[in-house]
Each structure stands twice: as C-alpha cells, then as structure tokens.
Design a binder for this molecule. Structure first.
Ligand code: NDP
Length: 291
C-alpha cells in the first residue's frame, strides 16, 4: 500500500484564500485586521518564521506590525511592549515568537497578552477554555492538524488517536482538540512504555516529538492517518535537509494517508494564525465570526 499524501500546502492556500475574502469584507467596512509579531533575539529559525508570517499577513490584506527586540531585552521592557500592543486598537492579534532567551520568563510574558488578542492560544485563559470545551483561541499548529484530519476523514468520532509529544504548544492542545471531536485519545511521551505497540493501535497518529524520522513503519497501523508535526533540520549526503518526526518513506508504505515534510502541517500553522487573527478582529468589532 502507498499512502495518500495529505497536501497541507494546497489546503493552507485555500484557508488563506478564505481569510483574504474575510479581510476584504472587513476592509470594506473600514476595519483592517492587524497582527503584531514580537521577536526577541536572532535565532535563525525564528527569524525565518517571523519573516514568512509577516509576508503572508500582508498577502491576505492585514496589517503586519513587527517588533524586533535585542536578545538582552529585560522582562519589564518586553512586558511594557505587550501592554502597549494590548491597548492598541489597530492590533487584533499578538504573537510572541518562542523560544525566548533564557533570562525571560516565558509563562509570564505569554500570560501578559490580552487573551482576546492571544492568536497563538497559549494564554492560560485560552488553555482553560479549550480544556473545558468553551470558545477559545486555539493553538495554530494543532488546529491546522485537526483541519487536515477532518478534511481527510470527516467525522473523527470513536477513532483511536495517539499523540506522541506532550508539549503545551502542540501535544496537549492536539489531544484536547481530538477529544473534542470524540476520539479516544492517548498522549505518549518519553516515559511511555512500548510506544510502538501503542502507536500501532492508532487510527490517527500524530507525531510531535522533535526527533528526526523516529516514527518508522513498525509504529503505524495499516491504513492509519499519520500527521507529522516535526520540523527537523538534518544533514544528509552533505546537504541540509528538512525532515519530520516520521520516517516518511517507510511509514507511507503502511499508512492510509500521511502528511509530508515540508508541505504538510507547516503551512497550516501560518494559515491558522491568520484565521485566528481574523476571528479576533471580528470578535473585537462585535461582528459575526468567520466559519
Ligand atoms: P518539545 O520538545 O516541547 O516536546 C517534545 C515531546 O516529545 C515531549 O513531550 C517529549 O516527552 C516527547 N519525546 C521526546 N523524545 C521522545 C521519545 N523518544 N519517545 C516518545 N516521546 C518523546 O517539542 P514541540 O512539541 O515544541 O515540537 C515537536 C516537533 O514539532 C518539533 O520537531 C518541532 O520543530 C515541531 N513543530 C512544528 C510546528 C509546525 O508548524 N509544523 C510548530 C511547532 C513545533 P517528554 O515530555 O517526556 O520530554
């Protein structure tokens, strides 16, 4: 069997198209959604992400406000910037690019963002709302994964889902979303016993581990849907290469459908960020939310 490829790049372009149409509708009413991105320091991967976020924000017709701060910025100065963005009516979404340099307290910074503008969905209020099944700002990467799964499988109800990884930004919210769609969810992590056997029982297998190509064919149930969140830069045959947490070549022989890296989950993350910003802008203006 060779798995169907889940084309996240094409799906993300569709999502961005819908967001652009929604933005055009708001602009006609005199409202331009605005997304502020805060980047601290010069981490090369973060710089690339922030650049493409800014470009795509402008492409869908929104205002992009980029704030680049020196790696040595103090906690108080960063919190003051967030307070200013919270108070700015032109800013509907605020994203602080993670990871932050070690001397900054990440949780305090995230929780200083107005939850209504927290388009990354990392503020404890949004985490709590999601966990209790209430309307929340949902973290972009897991939201993108859920959209791909729904598009592929339709109703997810009753399916066995295994999420490998328990981070606050991917694994945990992914599990909450799958639970919300009535999957039977297991969260696996570095202490999980017999991970292979556990994964082999999964109709939906989400890999968010951060270990290049760890999930090989022998973790995959025949016909399963495999979502690879991993983004790992490795060197192979003297060349830099981007690979996922799934060994694509072998897993694709067993799975029913699989996301590639690149071109799978990655593009969905930014598309969902833009969708969240549009939603935040509609809510801020008391307008109906996009579907
Ligand atoms: P973290 O490092 O925060 O979490 C990794 C998780 O994997 C941890 O829960 C860890 O367990 C678990 N883990 C590590 N090794 C093993 C193992 N051998 N067996 C089982 N579980 C293991 O990573 P993130 O959640 O932030 O990111 C995961 C991956 O997704 C990365 O490759 C990252 O680059 C990528 N990513 C991609 C995004 C996108 O847009 N596509 C966005 C965000 C991340 P424990 O908790 O026990 O340590």
């Amino acid at each position: 069997m060779t798995a169907a490829v889940i084309d996240g790049k094409a799906f993300a372009a569709e999502v961005r198209g819908k967001v652009a149409a929604g933005v055009a509708g708001l602009v006609a009413k005199g409202i331009t959604p605005g997304l502020a991105v805060v980047l601290v320091g010069e981490d090369p991967a973060s710089q690339v992400y922030v650049r493409s976020k800014g470009r795509m924000t402008v492409e869908v017709g929104m205002n992009s406000f980029e704030h680049k701060l020196d790696a040595s910025v103090g906690q108080a100065e960063l919190l003051a910037l967030i307070a200013a963005l919270n108070a700015d009516p032109a800013v509907h979404g605020i994203l602080v690019q993670l990871p932050l340099p070690g001397h900054l307290e990440e949780a305090a910074v995230i929780n200083a963002i107005d939850p209504a503008k927290d388009v990354d969905g990392f503020h404890i209020s949004n985490v709590g709302l999601l966990a209790t099944g209430q309307k929340a700002m949902v973290p972009c990467t897991p939201l993108g994964c859920l959209m791909l799964l729904r598009a592929r499988l339709g109703d997810l109800s009753g399916l066995n889902a295994v999420v490998v990884g328990r981070s606050n930004i991917v694994g945990k919210p992914m599990a909450q979303l799958l639970l919300g769609d009535s999957c039977t969810v297991t969260i696996a992590h570095s202490r999980t016993k017999d991970l292979k056997a556990l994964c082999k029982g999964a109709d939906i297998l989400v890999a968010a581990v951060g270990r290049p190509e760890m999930i090989t064919a022998d973790y995959v149930k025949p016909g399963a849907t495999v979502i690879d969140v991993g983004i790992n830069r490795i060197e192979r045959d003297g060349k830099q290469k981007l690979v996922g947490d799934v060994d694509y070549a072998s897993a694709a022989e067993v799975a029913g459908a699989i996301t590639p890296v690149p071109g799978g989950v990655g593009p969905m993350t930014i598309a969902c960020l833009l969708a969240n910003t549009l939603t935040a802008c509609c809510r801020a203006n008391g307008l109906p939310e996009p579907e």
